[in-house]
Design a protein around this ligand. Structure first.
Ligand code: 3HC
Length: 317
């Protein structure tokens, strides 16, 4: 097929598209956009939506084991939010021309990803605190930046989602702070969760910019407004002091505070672990996918009933 970007009409369309980006205008579903832009935004939004839904699994395992009714209600509210974020993002991603059925098929065929962080097990109640505080804390840093992304439906979805994420991060931090004021066993449990979730939370931001195949183009298209490393550093600088305030130790013997730049430098991230998890060899990859496929199949009758009802409604009108 002739390259769509070389025909004269598209050169004009491309120049117009780039001028709009320069003006920080939002690209809307019905606007002309380069096919490569559409594909990149769709890939990122689809994987973001998958992450929100798969992310419900580690926390769902703790609803029946929450230590109080209050804790159970908060966790239920958070999990429900995550499901809603997933549906919101699927709807926004569908404006780019792919139905969520196909997106979920790609997930099940492992041709679409979800965030590596959700392939780690939630072993104790303190993990629920660490997930809320660190994982949602990292997600907030990323998603606040994405509120300025160039694709309109994605930016607007982020504004709505960020409002709920701040509650998620705070409730997680409250769990960790409460445990750090508790018995020595509870303090040890919180520190153990910190030790297991700190580095995987840093990996959420993706590979270093120099190793990221998408960042440069995504920054040019203003899909990403800040790079992986820039967002990771923001999260580090924001979170380490929160840990110190409640008495947690950062599991990084190379950690240093730079008085000049007023920011922290960290030890090396284990990228072998990261890519191994991304490639499907994390502690919970198989469990997460088996669970998702099982319950997606179990829900098939609901989707079919709704489709039949909608079809009937159309026939009757
Ligand atoms: N987990 C899994 N895959 C990852 C990853 C991670 N943490 N980080 C990067 N990758 C993948 C990318 O998807 C890409 O693979 P692909 O080409 O097959 O899609 C490859 O590694 C190269 O990485 P890049 O950095 O070049 O890719 P991106 O430009 O897409 O950047 C990203 C990665 C920073 C995660 C970006 O996609 C992004 O900002 N996504 C939106 C935010 C998001 O998805 N967050 C996930 C967590 S959602 C969440 O935490 C919900 C909260 O409520 C708990």
């Amino acid at each position: 097929m002739e390259d769509i970007l070389t025909t004269p009409i598209s050169q004009t369309a491309l120049a117009h598209f780039e001028a709009r980006l320069q003006n920080d205008e939002k690209i809307e579903p019905k606007d002309w956009m380069p096919e490569a832009y559409r594909k990149t935004v769709l890939r990122q939004m689809m994987q973001h939506a998958h992450s929100e839904v798969i992310g419900m699994q580690p926390e769902g395992n703790w609803v029946l084991r929450a230590p109080s009714l209050r804790a159970k209600k908060i966790l239920l509210a958070k999990i429900q939010d995550e499901g809603g974020h997933g549906l919101y993002l699927y709807s926004a991603a569908e404006t780019l021309g792919m139905d969520r059925t196909e997106m979920i098929q790609l997930l099940h065929e492992q041709k679409a990803k979800y965030s590596s962080i959700f392939n780690y097990p939630a072993l104790t109640w303190a993990d629920i605190g660490a997930i809320g505080w660190l994982v949602d804390g990292a997600a907030i840093v990323n998603q606040v930046s994405l509120q300025r992304t160039s694709y309109g439906p994605y930016a607007r979805a982020m504004v709505r989602i960020c409002k709920e994420e701040s509650f998620h991060q705070r409730q997680g931090y409250e769990i960790m702070a409460t445990m750090m004021k508790g018995t020595p066993e509870q303090q040890a449990m919180a520190q153990d969760a910190m030790n297991r979730w700190w580095w995987p939370s840093l990996m959420m931001f993706g590979p270093h910019d120099a190793d990221s195949p998408h960042t440069e183009q995504s920054m040019e298209w203003k899909i990403k407004r800040e790079s992986n490393d820039r967002l990771r550093q923001k999260f580090i600088d924001k979170t380490i002091d929160q840990a110190y305030v409640i008495g947690l130790t950062i599991p990084d013997k190379d950690l240093k505070f730079n008085e000049e730049t007023k920011s922290y430098s960290i030890g090396p991230i284990n990228w072998d672990e990261f890519w191994s998890v991304v490639k499907g060899n994390g502690p919970c990859n198989k469990q997460r996918m088996t669970h998702h496929i099982k319950y997606h199949e179990e829900g098939r009758w609901v989707r079919e009933a709704l489709e039949a009802f909608a079809k009937k409604q159309i026939e009757m009108n």
